[in-house]
Design a binder for this molecule. Structure first.
Ligand SMILES: Cc1ncc(COP(=O)(O)O)c(C=O)c1O
Length: 367
């Protein structure tokens, strides 16, 4: 992955060219360590989700801290991770269609692959492909614990599918997952806790029903960043699969403060067309707005009014009214994952200086 702009380590952050996706390395490493330490203390494993960072560099950091493997959403993300030597990869989505299933089987040569299913047809297709390639693939059932996205109904329908997987040649039945995505961002901790416990109970009960039916259920995987410390206390949950905790974003900071914001987009003022307006070079192609406009950080009186493709239109007053063309300003994105996907590299900062330019090899990997 080439980068036409490759500043030297030691470059002060304010001298970086813009827009730049900057990561405070101390903060991101602190977030990884905090989650892993919590999980170790609660005797639950961590399998972080790479859909956030999309980068082997950060996957390696998570593995080095003690993660048992890495999750991702797409075959192409898994290819990036496997290529970088990540030994065990769990795709938390259904992989459908001959083309993608063939790629999944090829991946099994370089990494231990686990994939989520929620239909007998998909089990049949995976089994046929595994046999044709002489591969073995781990399979987990995605159980719908209330998000109503994918997943089989808890209880008997999931047990029935588990039996089919256990009998399918080429497939290894590994267990269940249930992402409580409808609860992870609930702002009210008490509601989040009560509802998450109910949701996760469905997953654990389903796993127990499978065991009663004679199946070996090794994996019971759940949780996002907003529920890690709720789901992680439920007996029977074996591992957590959070993603956003590594960098946090403006939206998630309104849910919990356990992890600190590590990710900003550094922009530059390019024009001061009016006393109360500054224009920056970071628009929609640099910062996503699906969860709201980014927040200016480290300066008071700057509010994002609108973003167009390559411009940020900022209302300025007080301290921010002094901004001149060429001045740098940091923005906290409200949604990290969709912002990261717009960039090719992170600029890793420590003590105010560039330490590493980190490729985002999984950026744009949507197939
Ligand atoms: C299946 C699955 N697991 C885990 C996560 C991680 O969640 P979070 O970003 O809340 O940490 C996601 C997020 O979309 C997900 O879709």
């Amino acid at each position: 992955m080439t980068l036409e702009y490759f500043p030297l380590p030691g470059t002060p952050v304010e001298q970086l060219d813009t827009p730049a996706l900057i990561i405070d390395l101390d903060v991101a490493e602190g977030n990884i360590s905090k989650l892993q330490t919590w999980a170790n203390r609660h005797k639950v494993a961590v399998r972080p989700h790479a859909k956030t960072h999309k980068s082997p560099y950060w996957a390696r950091k998570q593995l080095a801290a003690g993660a048992i493997g890495i999750c991702c959403a797409k075959v192409s993300e898994a290819e990036v991770l496997a290529n970088a030597g990540v030994p065990e990869i769990m795709i938390t989505n259904q992989i459908i269609g001959e083309r993608k299933i063939t790629r999944l089987m090829s991946l099994a040569r370089s990494a231990r692959m686990i994939v989520a299913v929620d239909s007998p047809e998909n089990v049949r297709d995976l089994s046929e492909a595994a046999q044709a390639c002489g591969a073995e693939i781990g399979v987990i059932i995605e159980v719908d614990t209330g998000m109503h996205r994918c997943g089989t109904a808890p209880g008997a329908p999931s047990v029935k599918l588990a039996k089919a997987i256990a009998k399918a040649p080429g497939l290894r039945f590994d267990g269940v997952m249930g992402y409580e995505g409808h609860l992870v961002a609930n702002r009210d901790y008490e509601v989040r806790k009560t509802e998450t416990l109910k949701a996760v109970e469905k997953l654990v009960e389903t796993a127990d029903a499978m065991r009663k039916a004679g199946l070996d259920v090794k994996i019971v995987s759940a949780a996002g960043t907003g529920t890690y410390n709720i789901t992680g206390t439920v007996k029977g949950v074996t591992e957590l699969q959070p993603g956003s905790y590594i960098f946090m974003d403006g939206d998630y900071l309104q849910v919990l403060k356990d992890f600190k914001p590590a990710l900003h987009v550094l922009a530059q003022v390019t024009s001061r067309p009016a006393p109360d307006r500054a224009i920056t070079d970071a628009g929609l192609k640099s910062i996503s707005t699906d969860r709201g406009f980014p927040a200016a950080a480290g300066i008071t009186g700057a509010t994002v009014k609108s973003l167009s493709e390559e411009h940020g239109n900022i209302t300025v007053e007080g301290e921010a009214a002094k901004l001149r063309p060429g001045d740098k300003i940091r923005f906290l994105p409200m949604h990290g994952d969709t912002t990261i996907n717009l960039h090719t590299h992170y600029f890793g900062i420590r003590n105010g200086k560039l330490e590493a330019v980190i490729p985002i090899e999984g950026r744009g990997k949507i197939r």
